[in-house]
Design a binder for this molecule. Sequence first.
Ligand code: GCO
Length: 256
Amino acid sequence: MSLELFSLAGKTALVTGSARGLGFAIARGLGKAGARIILNGTDAGRTAAAAETLVAEGLDASPLAFNVVDDAAVLAAFAALDAEGRTVDILVNNAGIQFRKPMLELDPADWRRVVDTNLTSAFLIGREAARRMIARGTGGKIINIGSLMSEVARPTVAPYTAAKGGIKLLTRSMASEWAEHGIQSNAIGPGYMATDMNEALMNDPKFDSFVKGRTPTRRWGRPDELVGAAVFLASSASDYVNGQIIYVDGGMLAVL
Ligand code: GCO
């Protein structure tokens, strides 16, 4: 079989929240599949350094720092891309934060911060990307990053869980409105992955043994294990796939 179907050559991918963690691993994977990569983060220095790392590996990567929850900043970022004649063919809405606190003690400002970053950002950036994909008539690919928490909850992470549940159906909303324009909108639901965001959980022996006991694979996932699903959803191989969420979770959601 030819792997041409999975090639991202000639495509440009914007990955939000990609200065580190899952976003960085996905960006690197899309780059290795041939895409030009636009890395995003809120910290300009860290985003530029991440781009330099990929360039040093021979990939085509450039930084575009902006805050994904700031409507004006999102519009300005896309205006800057327009001015340079750069198009986004593949958008990965990955930016996300976690904040762990029982709901009874949760400050509404923290609720909003988490929901804005994990969910509203995907609407804002997805809309700007889709507007341009539709205007160009080229279509494109939108990949939203969900979570196990797109399906199930656990105590202390209510805003994150509500946002990730929202990601699943925002993905379907995007599919319902934009599929006819040649845009495929899908999601990836990572399981428990070894990232900075989960460091406190990995360092907690009780949580670590919960993850290993509960995941059929008996281990945490590696960020680069998301690349296969990301390349598939970013490539022509998924041209008739729309509104789906692919769980890359070592089998955790499959079992009790
Ligand atoms: C948590 C974690 C989450 C999970 C992930 C699982 O607090 O539950 O930080 O980020 O790792 O979402 O899919």
